[in-house]
Design a protein around this ligand. Structure first.
Ligand code: FES
Length: 148
């Protein structure tokens, strides 16, 4: 085999291997459920808070499984709490509750939301965001549970 022929055959072989691995990687389907790109975890996810030890005071908050739990009132009724997505719908920044200002704020572009998920301020980068998902809550004993 001439050197040129060898190099050509080698190049064709490498191209076939690369193409084949690319197609096989692109064609694979995942067996795991698709996470919610807007945050809040996979639909149907539940997250719980132990009310005997967690978010005991009004304004306290906690993130569990990408859900932001906020205590908005005294007492252990479901209406005393809010549960929203913990990931900003704009570009995925982490959300946290700012107790002193009584709003949820994004760490990335400072968009602000009410505890009911409504938009108070758009992102500082000139983009636009959407309202937060708010999840239904149930209480059983001292366990507060949100379901996405
Ligand atoms: S990612 Fe939250 S405001 Fe941009």
């Amino acid at each position: 085999m001439e050197r040129n022929e060898f190099i050509k055959s080698l190049g064709l072989g490498v191209a076939l291997v690369c193409t084949g691995s690319c197609f096989s990687a692109c064609g694979k389907k995942s067996d795991t459920p698709t996470p919610d790109p807007a945050g809040g975890g996979t639909p149907g996810t539940t997250a719980s808070v132990d009310l005997s030890t967690q978010i005991l005071t009004v304004g306290a908050s906690l993130v569990v499984k990408s859900i932001l739990f906020i205590r908005t009132a005294t007492g252990n009724a479901a209406s005393s709490f809010s549960a929203t997505q913990a990931i900003c719908p704009h570009q995925g920044g982490a959300l946290s509750f700012i107790q002193a200002s009584n709003y949820i704020q994004c760490s990335l572009h400072a968009a602000r939301y009410t505890t009911a998920g409504s938009i108070l301020a758009q992102p500082s980068d000139g983009g636009t965001t959407t309202a937060l998902k708010v999840y239904p809550l149930t209480i059983s004993g001292n366990t507060l549970t949100a379901t996405t």
